[in-house]
Write a protein that binds this ligand. Structure first.
Ligand code: GLC
Ligand code: CA
Length: 934
């Protein structure tokens, strides 16, 4: 087993806004892990599972109430605020837990339930016996009638008839917003506020990082109101906050206020009440969007969500320990959601649905992943409910909300590995049905399964954790016309994340207006694949059913290697009028005008024109040479271009396409001008874009054609015995590989590759030269040289214009293949449990490949090392100077690697940090050639 990763936890004072980046895991001590086999989860059990939680990738824990309690509301009915329920352990156990969590970089939020206590609490027992009107009696809210405050709704409508219950002892009614055994504390009594602050200090002194304020809108009551969100309640909260700011800076208050966004916002105050609050209305709307297959419920509620103060943060969630509350939707929306997600009436309770995430989504991995992606990328700190990371089920036959609080399913063993007690002794039974039972759904199996939900969650959380924009960035919706697609930007400083989700069960395409990001490359965040760069036109994406993408819109990344950007067409064309041949017209004044008015702008748009950054002074068509044969007039031509006093030559073969001919996109994209002959109109274009050009070039090579030009002779020379390969039928298929690179290449019949060199310079073209030499000397592993087109000028200087080579079908290049291979195995190691064997397999595969590469390269060097009459290829012995250069080069590259390592200051965890330190240790300086100076 690996040692647990211990990340360093900055103190709360140093990192006072830590909660903005919180990723919260909510759990119930009672149901997490039982260490002493009594059937009830406990703190020692939780401590033993902290590594699992840390490894999941969250950074904050939220514990359900663990205080002494009759547990009639599963612990929210507290009978002693300053102790631990004996079945869960001792205060000492709690402290040990807190330390152990902090050591793992996990912060801890506990419950501060102050709206009410259990009726078993000492304060209540004292109150009911105290004199009416006395301070002790007034710890709670009493009345002689049950008609007071009758504008107040009942929350637990399935069990409670009234918010008042008669106490025969006190001979009065007491007020309660929840169960009748949970009397509400009276916040009009200053002693109550003092008592509550005392409880708060007790836990904060111990070191807890945050407090969830349970049921906080109901603290104060006033006649004639609905008794929710009253200004007096906010006054109490400000008092609590002031105490935190004064004595516990860096600690956090999280409000549970099941209210509309504008009401919830009040709980942040001016940044002087709660630091965080749950976003209740967003939650059901995520389910609604899926049910209706329409993004509207989400965009709509987020538009209604006000800005919150800078030092505040939302907490967002899909599920929790309560029913999925539908209080914050309209009546008709509630009916719709009930019908969709709770057809079984037993799943309904109060105004909600008591189900876990996986059963709500019918175990559909696609929808579970989609909802989690929303959770992790919407503004706020995500809260994950324990067990949902493995897709745990529920048990709607259990009472109240117990069905979603069953024991965590650790393994397929007895009691799901939760406890070794007699199954009858468990606090709650495990889920045992055939779909969700612990034998099928458990953490242990999923840890071993690379494709499990658990592994997927770990991966997504790792991404979520490393991009602050998710927690802190702004939110901006894009509104593509396809409403089944939700698209939004999360932006922080210079980072822009694009999230796109298909909320429907069918594949969808979407066109996004990303023009403000033109030129940026979307890099998908899970796999790291680059997508084609964003352009001015709408960006087309397709998504599988319930598909989801997260992209970083990067400025630095290159687009994908396979991406061919569309050539940029000319903004507008001049029209050239033809009476006879194109060559004649271009040789006349029309050609001079074309070179003067059009060609500079045209070259500026060509990727192969390497002199774009220089100012172009003049251009001229140096010569025009018609390719022999064929109906179409195809002209080889070179442009002579003057830039900053330098002259260069560029190949631009020319031809025409007529409007009434069927044409592909490329000739249009590469057009220079319009042409008209009588009534017929067409375009003057780069002949390379026409299949006729490919055919005529090969035919000319096969026949050994020669063309006289004003600048010498163009010679088509086929390699000896390769003529047959160059003879291709006139209808053979042409595939353009790249029209816009320094060499424009195309493939004919899957057999011959024709490369047209764009930049024309005197001397042999190195590629032509090398290819010819290797072919002539029988090296079998490079493409065969089939022929070369060259111009011999009047002084006898040679210029390579094009080459034909055999086309080798291939699976891409070794470099990309190698990078892919390494990335894949890195990925594997990140998610899989450390497994030496798998690691070995990866290396083994690559070794074979590297050996093959080495052999091929060796054979090539054998050929190149042979004695020859050809001066350019005559071998030369490497001398000490050569060796010195190689050493220098290796040194420099090692240096760069060490420097990069030394510059990095933050590491994943201490283990990696130590390994890095070790790499930088002086002992490496003794490596032969390593330039690292200690
Ligand atoms: C909160 C809790 C819920 C509890 C209620 C009364 O809403 O989340 O579980 O029943 O308060 O304490
Ligand atoms: Ca126990």
């Amino acid at each position: 087993m690996n040692a647990p990763t211990e990340s360093v936890l900055l103190s709360n004072e140093q990192d006072a806004l830590w909660y903005k980046d919180a990723i919260i895991y909510q759990l119930h001590v009672k149901s997490f892990f039982d260490s002493n086999d009594d059937g009830i989860g406990d703190f020692p059990g939780l401590i033993s599972k902290l590594d699992y939680i840390a490894k999941l990738g969250v950074n904050t824990l939220w514990l359900l109430p663990f205080y002494p309690s009759p547990r009639l509301d599963d612990g929210y009915d507290i009978s002693d605020y300053r102790a631990v329920h004996p079945e869960y352990g001792t205060l000492h156990d709690f402290k040990r837990f807190l330390d152990a969590a902090h050591r793992r970089g996990l912060r801890v939020i506990i419950e501060l339930v102050i709206n009410h206590t259990s009726d078993q609490h000492r304060w209540f027992q004292r109150a009911r016996h105290a004199k009416p009107g006395s301070v002790l009696r007034d710890y709670y809210v009493w009345s002689d009638t049950d008609k007071k405050y009758d504008g107040t709704r009942i929350i637990f409508i399935d069990t409670e008839r009234s918010n008042w219950t008669w106490d025969p002892e006190a001979k009065a009614y007491y007020w309660h917003r929840f169960y009748s055994h949970q009397p509400d504390l009276n916040f009009d009594n200053p002693r109550v506020i003092e008592a509550v602050l005392g409880v708060m200090r007790f836990w904060l002194d111990m070191g807890v990082d945050g407090l969830r304020l349970d049921a906080v809108p109901y603290l104060v009551e006033r006649e004639g109101t609905n008794n929710e969100n009253l200004p007096e309640t906010h006054t109490v909260l400000k008092r609590i906050r002031a105490e935190i700011d004064a004595s516990f800076p860096g600690r956090m208050l999280l409000a549970e206020a099941n209210q509309w966004p504008e009401d919830t916002k009040e709980y942040f105050g001016q940044g002087d009440e709660c630091h965080m609050a749950f976003h209740f209305p967003l939650m059901p709307r995520m389910y609604m969007a899926l049910a209706r297959e329409d993004r509207f419920p989400i965009t709509d509620i987020m538009r209604q969500t006000p800005q919150i103060p800078d030092n505040c943060q939302w907490a967002i969630f899909l599920r929790n320990h309560d029913e999925l509350t539908l209080e914050m939707v309209t009546d008709s929306e509630r009916d719709y959601l009930w019908q969709t997600y709770a057809t079984d009436r037993r799943a309904r309770i109060n105004l909600g649905i008591r189900r876990r995430l996986a059963p709500l989504l019918e175990r559909d991995r696609r929808r579970i992943e989609l909802m989690n992606c929303l959770l992790l990328s919407m503004p706020g700190a995500p809260v994950i409910y324990y067990g949902d990371e493995i897709g745990m089920g529920d048990n709607i036959r259990l009472g109240d909300r117990d069905g979603v609080r069953t024991p965590m399913q650790w393994s397929p063993d007895r009691n799901g590995g939760f406890s070794r007690a007699d199954p009858n002794a468990l606090a709650l039974p495990l889920v045992m049905d055939p779909l969700y039972g612990f034998e099928v759904v458990n953490a242990e199996s999923q840890a071993r399964d690379r494709h499990s939900l658990l592994q997927w969650m770990r991966r997504m959380l790792a991404i979520r954790r490393t991009h602050a924009a998710f927690g802190r960035g702004s939110l901006r919706f894009l509104y593509p016309k396809n409403r089944k697609v939700l698209a939004y930007l999360r932006e922080l400083d210079s980072e822009t994340i694009l999230c796109v989700a298909n909320v429907s069960h069918q594949p969808q395409a979407v066109e996004l207006d990303l023009s403000e990001f033109a030129g940026r490359v979307p890099v998908e965040m899970d796999g790291g694949s680059a997508f084609p760069p964003v352009g001015q036109l709408t960006y087309l994406l397709t998504l599988p059913p319930y598909g989801f993408y997260w992209f970083v819109l990067t400025q630095e990344s290159d687009g994908p290697s396979w991406h061919t950007p569309a050539p940029e067409p000319m903004p507008d064309y001049v029209t050239i009028v033809l009476r006879n041949q194109l060559a004649d017209v271009l040789a006349s004044v029309a050609g001079i005008e074309l070179a003067r008015d059009t060609i500079p702008a045209y070259l500026g748009k060509r990727r192969w024109f390497a002199a774009k950054d220089q100012s172009l002074q003049s251009a001229r068509i140096a010569y025009l040479a018609r390719l022999p044969g064929g109906d179409r007039e195809l002209l080889l031509s070179e442009l002579e271009v003057k830039t900053d006093g330098k002259t260069s030559r560029w190949m631009l073969p020319l031809s025409m396409v007529w409007e009434d001919e069927p044409t592909a996109a490329l000739p249009t994209q590469l057009a220079l001008a319009r042409v008209r002959r009588g009534r017929r109109v067409g375009l003057l274009t780069d002949a390379f874009s026409l299949s006729g050009f490919a055919h005529q070039m090969l035919a000319s090579l096969a026949s050994g054609a020669e063309i006289e030009t004003t600048e010498g002779r163009i010679v088509f020379e086929a390699a000896p015995d390769k003529v047959e390969l160059l003879q291709r039928p006139p209808d053979s298929q042409v595939l353009w590989l790249s029209a816009e690179q320094s060499n424009s290449s195309l493939v004919v019949d899957d057999a011959v590759m024709l490369k047209v060199f764009r930049r024309i310079a005197p001397g042999q073209h190195p590629e032509a030269e090398m290819s010819r030499y290797l072919t002539a000397n029988g090296f079998a592993n490079s493409p065969l040289m089939l022929g070369e087109v060259r111009r011999m000028d009047n002084e006898g200087e040679r210029f390579s214009l094009a080459v034909a080579q055999s086309f080798v079908r291939n699976q891409g290049d070794a470099w990309t293949w190698t990078l892919d291979q390494f990335n894949r195995s890195l990925d594997n190691h990140a998610t899989r449990e450390a497994n030496e064997e798998a690691r070995h397999d990866d290396i083994h595969d690559y070794k074979e490949f590297a050996a093959t590469m080495g052999r091929q390269l060796g054979t090539m060097h054998v050929v190149l090392a042979r004695a020859t009459d050809d001066d350019a290829f005559a071998p030369r012995l490497a001398g000490p100077e050569d060796v010195a250069t190689w050493v220098e080069r290796a040194r420099a590259s090692l240096d760069r690697a060490f420097d990069a390592l030394a510059q990095r200051t933050t590491w994943e965890n201490e283990q990696v940090a130590a390994e890095a330190q070790e790499m930088l240790a002086p002992c490496w300086a003794v490596l032969p050639g390593a330039a690292r100076q200690a």
